[in-house]
Write a new protein. Sequence first.
Length: 388
Amino acid sequence: MSGVTDRRRGLSLVVSVALVLGMNVARVNGSQAAGVPRPGQSPLSIGHDPLGCVTTDMAPLVDAQVAPPPRFDRGYVYFRAAGTEDFYYTPMKGVPQNLEGVLPRPLPEIKAIDYKVRARDVESLNAETREYTPPVVPGNACKSKGMVVGKDGAGLTIGLTREGQNPVPPGFNRRDIAFVILFSGATVAVAQALQGTSGATTSTAAKAGGGGGGKTALIVGGVVVAGAAAAIIANNNKSSNTSTPTTVPTSTPTATPTATRTPTATPTTTRTPTPTPVLQRLIEADAVWSGVGDVDVQIVNASGQSVGTNLPAGCESAAQRSERVLLQGTIPDGTYRVVLTGKSCGSGTPATIAVALTVLSDSGPKCATSFLNVPVGGTIPGCQFTLP
């Protein structure tokens, strides 16, 4: 009888241990399913409605919602042609509750694209979605969100993820890419990235805090134009001069010694009207700093709206780094302001961040380099300029 009792007790013990282990496994799995971050992963959560397909006619639009908003810093879309190795990225714009990133149009020869959304928090930790692989369909057969692209392309800025990477993502429309963020962090026009080092005379722009890592600039007519502005300066004022033929008068001899001149008709020159060129402008605002802390840069128009493409830097390093905003194309005349916001990078962040601010354009400097102390958690005006 005692042997039966012992076996029952042993069986009960085994069942109890199994139940406890099962509950712990379920608890771990449930925590992972609920999105509890692993060590080194951001606690941000990303909401995203995956693209069902992408089209060759429109630039794919990727939207996302990130929570909680106070912890959010920046968002990116990483993308590549399916079956290729290297990812590229494009910055997302908007508020955390409504972020949007635009991808270059895929070419007809690729079957699908891979993409994922990544969000970075104020402590420089990342959260990201899984990879999605929507198929590429020709024409307008795809009903997913997309941006209509004009004949000049989408004007996008994309980033590289490794040294020596092709500046143009294989399988995507090159015309949609205007600027490239190199692996070093420098931003150049796509043509400059493809050509490598140009033959232009270069100089080094101002450095913040006496540190290294200056920015290459192009000297045009005695004016230093930095970064992407140096790569797209074009002469919009070319004209064609037509010379007017000179008529030589002829004389007719007579019996008298006095020569009578025969008037000769002078041809009338009809001038062909020269079309007025459309000016393509570029404004570049650069903030350079070093040490612990982050600085956000914005160009604000007369209506109080933030404009331009932000090429961010943040808490990824304490070395010298720069954040810039590019405003390009047919920019309306008016008054613009550059504002700077200081943000914490956690422990060791000072109360203020020393920043060197420069604002340049294709026609020359808009604001001379100024050195500012940006309060962490506050926003200050950096520069104001007027176009034209």
